[in-house]
Design a binder for this molecule. Structure first.
Ligand SMILES: C[S@@+](CC[C@H](N)C(=O)[O-])C[C@H]1O[C@@H](n2cnc3c(N)ncnc32)[C@H](O)[C@@H]1O
Length: 461
């Protein structure tokens, strides 16, 4: 198995040799977004049958149609006339935009007439795919635009909906582990010693790379060495503060990911909303479930050609890296900038509330269409692993069909776990296992289980 894209491995090794171990977040940032060699920054199929993983958008167009139905329902409550905006960040191949806008073209021309669809995308390769995919709609007069960065969108300027599907799980995460001495951060170093059986670094002039960036030269130029994990003090108090805000103490030996970029992103999004919703769709959990003691090793995984890897140190730059989203922290970060939680649900209940059942009418149960739609709803898969957080700002909480059938067994954002016995004292928490609920909505419970990770989906038509 390859260690990774040779150019990227060289770059990372040189950086570590120069400046010492780097945070895992810096490593993941490079693996995914290095401008020359990062997974998302180079051309390649990435998402879909020919790529490394599927998202709901690849599974069946009903997903985008129903997201569109939800946005349309909210549109009149947000603004009954005049311009309405959808801002989609991390649009990948542009499937959500294409499918949603085509649904409006067919069924809701009155919304399309006042809609402006703005996309924000970090990957130049994905950006190009989006432009190609949306060309026909633009030619037909649909107003579609791109923002080079979120900073380019002025504060308090968006009347409409911020939309994302599987954006937040693609942000680089810090990794931490709890030790008796306290919270430690996991850094990435480089051990130049060969290790038997370990992936091999390819360096030097003899290393060749094919059009996809995969190493093909396994002879001369091969040197040993591997990335190694090194524990150290947290790079900033922000990591301790993250768990303190949640009232969560990891158990000794427990590892977890901390997505600080997600908090920053949510706050940046929130300040840009004047009146409207933020709809965040991703796999993840409320914090109490994500950081439950049963989840000892966190949720970080790699995806390569529809197989899952638990090592981020293979195929660096060639496999996707991703971690589950902590929706409680997203909700709290939104609250800092005036975003109130409208609701939190899972994909099964969201799509059911929006009427997916009617799409099964007339379909044979064994048909590929029917199988694909069931895949979106599977209670032991996408239906429950994927969550939808909806927040509103500048308006009263809207009534939304997607939040109609509440996952009463789950509802969630805020059941905070009890600290392990003996902890809590000295941390500013109540030693009686009564963590205050930091959110102004009720505390309820989600079943605790190790959820299946991003699905290996088979039923894609
Ligand atoms: C997992 S893919 C999801 C793509 C698409 N939404 C889908 O569901 O198929 C994540 C996408 O987010 C993009 N992305 C990551 N960080 C971003 C950021 N800060 N701003 C805009 N796009 C970003 C990546 O380049 C990639 O296209």
């Amino acid at each position: 198995m390859e260690l990774g894209h040779p150019g990227l491995v060289q770059k990372l090794v040189a950086r570590i040799e120069r400046g010492g171990p780097i945070s895992f977040a810096a490593f993941m940032e490079a693996a995914l977004y290095d401008p020359d060699f990062g997974y998302y920054m180079t051309a390649g199929p990435r998402i879909g049958r020919e790529g490394d993983y599927y998202t709901s958008l690849d599974v069946h167009p009903i997903f985008a149609a129903l997201v569109g139905r939800q946005v349309a329902q909210a549109a009149d409550e947000i603004v009954s006339s005049g311009e309405f905006m959808i801002v989609e960040m991390g649009a990948g191949k542009g499937l959500l935009a294409e499918q949603l806008l085509n649904t409006y073209r067919r069924d809701r021309p009155e919304i399309l007439a006042r809609l402006r669809y703005l996309l924000g995308e970090r990957s130049p390769a994905m950006l190009e795919t989006q432009r190609q995919r949306l060309r026909e709609l633009m030619g037909a007069g649909v107003r579609i635009d791109w923002a080079s960065r979120l900073d380019a969108v002025p504060a308090d300027s968006i009347t409409g909906v911020f939309l994302s599907n599987e954006l937040v799980d693609a942000f680089p995460v810090h990794r931490v582990v709890k030790r008796p001495s306290g919270l430690r951060e996991i850094y990435v170093g480089w051990n130049p010693e060969p290790s038997p059986g370990a992936p091999v670094a390819l360096r030097g002039t003899h290393c060749s790379v094919d059009a996809m960036g995969h190493s093909t030269g396994h002879g001369e130029g091969k040197v040993g060495g591997r990335f190694v994990e090194i524990e150290g003090p947290p790079f900033s108090p922000a990591l301790e503060a993250y768990f303190a805000r949640l009232g969560i103490s990891l158990e000794v030996g427990q590892q977890a990911e901390v997505n600080l970029q997600a908090l920053d992103w949510m706050r940046q999004v929130g300040v840009r909303v004047r009146r409207g919703l933020v709809v965040t769709i991703d796999y993840g959990h409320a914090a109490a479930d994500l950081f439950a003691p049963t989840r000892r090793t966190g949720t970080l995984l790699g995806y390569y050609r529809h197989t899952v890897s638990d090592s981020p140190y293979v195929r660096v730059g060639q496999q996707d890296l991703t971690a589950h989203v902590d929706f409680t922290s997203l909700a709290l970060a939104g609250q800092d900038v005036g975003l109130e939680v409208t609701g939190f649900t899972n994909q099964l209940h969201f799509l059911t509330g929006l009427g997916i059942e009617s799409a099964f009418t007339g379909l044979a149960p064994e048909s590929p269409q029917s199988a694909a739609m069931r895949e979106l709803l599977r209670p032991d898969g996408m239906g429950t692993t994927y969550k939808i957080l909806i927040q509103h700002k500048g308006m009263p909480a809207p009534q939304l069909d997607g939040l109609r059938t509440r996952p009463y067994f789950l509802d969630p954002l805020m059941r905070l776990p009890s600290p392990p016995r003996g902890e809590g004292q000295g941390e500013g928490h109540n030693a009686q296992n009564t963590h205050p609920n930091p959110l102004p909505w009720p505390v309820a419970s989600e079943e605790q289980r190790a959820a299946p990770e991003r699905e290996n989906i088979s039923a894609v038509p």
